[in-house]
Design a protein around this ligand. Structure first.
Ligand code: AQP
Length: 336
């Protein structure tokens, strides 16, 4: 049987190089895996219900949903091999999300570091931001997912998903596949350009902290030239002593396909100037064809059709799992 893959991205801002290198790029590779020879059945989602856990402007949000869907296609997602859909088009997500809130505990949700980070210093915090991981668990479990490719920051949520699935299975009988997390060895956490102790994030209030996939070449050049570096002038990978330059080296290696060691060797004794200039050109060159394809897709109307077909397929799979969950819990059984 084909191995089921599930992952999602929030349309909570413009997609960053971090989202791309840590997640999106992997999604495309996972459509077919010649090495494992395994048959894969990927479901990729635009998790718009997660995006509204922080305030969103409705008009901007609907545009970002289409931008994100178009980007999925522009980076190489093939809708004949992957199911691409929008979370809010499949209402089973909300329903199972609620059920899983009634399986999880306040204590485990309170331990989530993403909630702590996103709520820090805020006076009013939406309830959804707190219960977000239960909805994320629903997203994954509805599809009987085997593998979840994500960036490093989502590992804790995945652990919770596994705990909720195991708890449900032992309380109500085998229902959910227990998913495995898959993260990259390199690129699983791309850091901010202005602060290498923070991950690059699409909702960071400082736009200089990130490269966005749709930035113009000049914006990319400017952002990279202003990226913070470390005190000496050596282009050397050393995560503890030189976190800023190490981050730039990883971005360089992942966008050109070279190894970090090869990039390091080329810049030995050369200082940061050339390195940053050439890194910017490498990122621009990598993103140019993606941006061209994005413009085509976004203008074509193709993306709406893909999302509609994706939603239909997702609804079919999700409905089966939800029916089983409800039956096991004694919900709706009275009708028989
Ligand atoms: N900096 C990053 N490096 C590597 N991977 C990353 N991801 C996010 N940031 C990095 C991965 O991208 C996928 C989609 O993320 P998400 O949209 O679900 O939300 P997030 O993880 O919270 O990402 P952002 O960019 O920081 O969004 P906001 O600012 O809205 O919270 C995930 O697989 C994630 O691991």
């Amino acid at each position: 049987m084909a191995r089921r893959i599930f992952s999602g991205i929030q349309p909570s801002g413009q997609i960053t190089l971090g989202n791309y290198l840590g997640a999106l790029k992997q999604f495309v590779q996972l459509q077919s895996d010649p090495q494992s020879g395994q048959d894969l059945d990927p479901f990729y989602c635009i998790v718009d219900l997660h995006a509204i856990t922080v305030p969103q402007d409705p008009k901007q949000l609907s545009g970002r949903i289409l931008d994100l869907a178009s980007l999925y296609l522009a980076v190489g997602l093939d809708p004949t091999r992957s199911t691409l859909f929008v979370q809010s088009d499949v209402s089973a997500h909300s329903e199972l999300g609620w059920i899983l809130q009634c399986v999880g505990y306040m204590g485990e949700l309170s331990r989530m570091t993403q909630f702590k980070e996103k709520s820090e210093g805020k006076e009013s915090i939406l309830t959804g931001l707190f219960t977000y991981p239960a909805l994320m668990a629903a997203d994954i479990l509805l599809y009987q997912t085997d593998i979840v490719p994500v960036g490093d920051d989502q590992k804790q949520h995945l652990e919770l998903t596994r705990d909720l699935a195991e708890r449900f299975n032992s309380r109500f009988g085998e229902t959910f596949t227990i998913p495995e997390v898959m993260t990259l060895e390199q690129g699983a956490r791309i850091m901010s350009l202005d602060d290498p102790s923070k991950k690059m994030s699409k909702s960071n209030p400082n736009p200089q902290s990130r490269v966005e996939l749709l930035d113009t070449p000049d914006e990319i050049r400017k952002k990279i030239s202003r990226a913070v570096t470390d005190s000496d002038r050596e282009v050397r990978y050393d995560l503890a002593m030189k976190p800023a330059v190490s981050n730039l080296l990883v971005i360089y290696a992942l966008t050109t396909g070279e190894s970090v060691a090869d990039v390091e060797a080329r810049y030995e004794g050369k200082g940061y100037g050339d390195f940053k200039k050439e890194l910017a050109e490498a990122v621009v060159a990598h993103l140019e064809p993606i941006q061209a394809r994005f413009r085509e897709v976004r203008a074509s109307g193709e993306v709406q059709r893909v999302l509609q077909e994706g939603a239909q397929r997702a609804q079919g799979v999700a409905a089966q799992t939800l029916a089983q969950v409800k039956e096991r819990m004694g919900l709706g059984v009275y009708r028989r």
